[in-house]
Design a binder for this molecule. Structure first.
Ligand SMILES: [Zn+2]
Length: 503
């Protein structure tokens, strides 16, 4: 298995690895730190060494904030939404009390997935590309969610008692320190260095068995083909034994064994088989990730295009063919060859075949060629047809802005913020439209919201202070003052945490 690790993606993985493997980290810390009791009164139960769900979530959020600025984080709304929905379908069959699951993709061709504290799960593009069907992808994801539901990260930390709290402290300190610099990409790097251990250690055999069992039940309850888990892990095991010595990260962090495999197969035999039909979304997301995992490398993009072209010629499945051609078109878009992209798009949609990701591609093609009026028309029609698709909401907003229709964009974006409250991207777009319209106070306030949502608290305060100076409205001023106080309190909380952990 080819090992393609760019430094920043290793960084994301190192973060995860560090959390999954607290042992090395603790031993790397100075003795004095180990002897000092660490309390976490602001976050959790200071009397207990348990990593509380609340602290776990907060830690996960802090890491995510930095990870989102990592160049290898794939922000594509269609992919994020698909993976998170897939996770949501699985976790619906989990025992009560499971956290919300948020799944994101990482631009890395190595087959791997990792769970972070608080229900955040990263999936490498290479893993999705390697899945032969949706049940296989769901099977690996279910196993990962199994670790989350069983709280293996927190329990792993608890086993190490005090040392583990110091490890958490070191991680949190790195995050907070990095945040203060407000230069997020560097922040992520510093963080990666702080946790510079790769995935040499993984979960225990017991934890693996538990994740398999919990994952299997979720896979079954969600109606997927229950053979998906064993099939995918079986292929991984083969790949690992063929490439002896190198293996792949996933099998190193989640040690596979003959015993685990036969457990999975026995479990699959013990329940009635579902016949599961893959969703078209799976094929479209997989095709896009095959192109995106190249990271813009011209030759690799071309290789992905050629691969998808030949698969589209060979397949007899109409949906798969359309998805592969969609991938081809996406690849040509990345290479800015709009004529070839249009041609692939036409082939993908032949026979009146459609999909919301094809509709989004049509908008992007029109925008790339400067036809903003047509782009807007296409985006509006598509969003009306597929109102649940986040990527189409972005398509309408982007088209309005590109057409210079900022007044309409403001109305539209405000509506979207009401609908998708966790999407920081809409706030940033709204700030831009307000700026174009000359409403500097509203622009800065929305920019502050965007920064606050992405964890850049000092930058958020700065925006609000500027807005406060420009504002002529007494009520607005006092509203802003309250916001500033709130953010400063949060900032102080983080700084206090940092101080406590640095001692
Ligand atoms: Zn595992």
């Amino acid at each position: 298995m080819a090992t393609l690790s760019r430094p920043s993606s290793r960084c994301l993985r190192a973060i995860a690895a560090a959390l999954l493997a607290p042992f090395l980290m603790a031993s790397a810390l100075p003795r004095a730190a180990l002897a000092q009791p660490v309390g976490l009164p602001d976050l959790g139960d200071s009397a207990s060494t348990e990593l509380s769900p609340r602290l776990e979530r907060r830690l996960g959020e802090a890491i995510m904030t930095d990870s989102e600025h990592d160049p290898d984080y794939i922000g594509d709304p269609a992919i994020r939404q698909y993976l998170t929905n897939l996770g949501g379908r699985l976790v619906a069959g989990a025992p009560p009390g499971a956290p919300d699951i948020r799944v994101f993709a990482v631009r890395d061709s190595e087959i791997n997935a990792f769970s972070m504290p608080g229900g955040f799960i990263g999936v490498n593009a290479g893993l999705v590309v390697a899945a032969e069907n949706e049940s296989e992808l769901a099977g690996v994801l279910a196993h990962e969610i199994g670790h989350v539901v069983q709280r293996h990260i927190a329990r792993g930390l608890v086993q190490q008692k005090q040392n583990s709290l110091i490890m958490v402290a070191a991680l949190l300190a790195a995050v907070v320190a990095a945040r203060g610099n407000s230069q997020a990409p560097e922040a992520a790097m510093a963080f990666g260095q702080a946790a510079a251990i790769d995935s040499q250690l993984g979960f225990s055999r017991d934890a693996e068995r538990e994740a398999d069992r919990t994952g299997f039940d979720m896979l079954n309850a969600a109606g997927f083909n229950v053979n998906g888990m064993a099939a995918f892990f079986g292929r991984l095991m083969q790949l690992t034994s063929v490439n002896e010595g190198t293996g792949n990260v996933f099998t190193r962090t989640h040690p596979l064994s003959i015993e685990r495999m036969s457990d999975m197969q026995n479990r699959a035999r013990s329940v009635p088989q579902h016949s599961y039909t893959d969703s078209p979304d799976f094929y479209f997301v997989r095709a896009k990730l095959r192109v995106l995992q190249s990271g813009g490398n011209a030759q690799e993009t071309l290789d992905a295009i050629r691969y998808l072209e030949s698969r589209a010629r060979d397949t007899t499945n109409g949906v798969e063919r359309a998805a592969d051609l969609y991938g081809v078109a996406t690849g040509w878009m990345m290479r800015r060859d709009y004529a070839k992209a249009s041609q692939a798009y036409m082939e993908a949609t032949s026979g009146a075949r459609d999909h919301f990701m094809l509709a989004r591609l049509a908008v992007d093609l029109a925008l790339a060629q400067g036809d903003t009026a047509h782009a807007l028309e296409l985006a509006r029609a598509a969003y009306a047809r597929w109102p649940q698709q986040l990527t189409l909401a972005y398509a309408v907003g982007e088209s309005l802005q590109r057409a210079g229709r900022d007044r309409e964009a403001v109305d539209f974006l405000r509506e979207q913020i009401g609908r998708w409250s966790e999407e920081s991207g809409f706030r940033q777009m709204l700030a831009n439209s307000y700026e174009k319209l000359g409403n500097d106070v509203a622009s800065r306030r929305n920019m502050a919201d965007y920064y606050a949502m992405t964890g850049a608290l000092p930058a958020a305060v700065e925006q609000l202070q500027q807005a406060r100076r420009i504002s002529k409205d007494f009520y607005e001023q006092s509203q802003i003052d309250a916001q500033v106080r709130d953010l400063q309190r949060k900032q102080k909380e983080e700084q206090d945490l940092l101080k406590r952990f640095q001692s």
